[in-house]
Design a protein around this ligand. Sequence first.
Ligand SMILES: NC(=O)c1ccc[n+]([C@@H]2O[C@H](COP(=O)([O-])OP(=O)(O)OC[C@H]3O[C@@H](n4cnc5c(N)ncnc54)[C@H](OP(=O)(O)O)[C@@H]3O)[C@@H](O)[C@H]2O)c1
Length: 259
Amino acid sequence: MGVLDSFRLTGKTAFVTGGSRGLGRAMAQALAEAGADLVLVGRDADSLAVARAELCELGRQVHTVTADVSTPAGAKSACDSALSLGVPIDVLVNNVGGRRLDVPTEDFPLDEWQRMYDLNLTAALVCCQELGKPMLARGTGSVINVTSIAGPIAIKGIRGRHYESAKAALAALTRSLGADWATRGVRVNAIAPGVFETDPNKKWFATKPDFRDSFLEHIPMGRFGVPPELGPAVVFLASDASSYMTAATLVIDGGFTAW
Ligand SMILES: NC(=O)c1ccc[n+]([C@@H]2O[C@H](COP(=O)([O-])OP(=O)(O)OC[C@H]3O[C@@H](n4cnc5c(N)ncnc54)[C@H](OP(=O)(O)O)[C@@H]3O)[C@@H](O)[C@H]2O)c1
């Protein structure tokens, strides 16, 4: 197989949480361009329908699942819907997550802490359980968890360390599950994005313009990432191109964590 052929995903199906907008939408596009059929998960049926219509133009099968993965029951129901399609899920992209709250840690309500952990960590665990088990039974599969540079470092100027803690835990889950499943044909890796100007960040920046400038100043490349810049990495991790890679994290941050 030639090197470019090893990136091909023809005949595979990828399940992408949060695949209707933002980074998940860009990763779904890249996976489809590489040949994969898709199962896109989101809460809003209209955004899913728009993404589906656009991605179908690439000639792939695109299924949508309307579900809120922020509760363990919601995440399980999303997986059940995908499994009921009767096609093997070869690639799992656990993309849903977010900071959502800017509250000092000393005042952070415990119920919100749990809610944020369910969103950023438990959703991924449940999808790993529900879709990982059939992958293990088939002896093949690739899981890609979307962590953040806020796992290994604390982001300056913003509060609510639920995000840093949960993303660090997701990175740890990636490492340990990758090792556990390494001889069973299922690889588990992560992508840790730096700062991309998706809707949640646009909202933060609108309320804190200085924050945007200080971020830009801190990024060695001097700019934010654009979502399609995650596409090649997700195709690499989803495909045989990364066949000797598991329990690892690819950092895509314009150099943010270098200083
Ligand atoms: N943007 C960045 O700079 C950045 C940096 C580092 C890490 N990340 C991580 O990358 C991931 C994606 O970030 P993003 O900025 O693209 O986020 P986003 O814009 O909030 O992602 C939106 C997508 O997620 C879906 N979604 C949100 N909550 C959901 C839920 N509870 N259940 C099901 N679907 C849900 C949305 O659809 P609905 O609204 O219709 O549900 C939409 O498809 C997150 O894990 C984030 O922490 C982002």
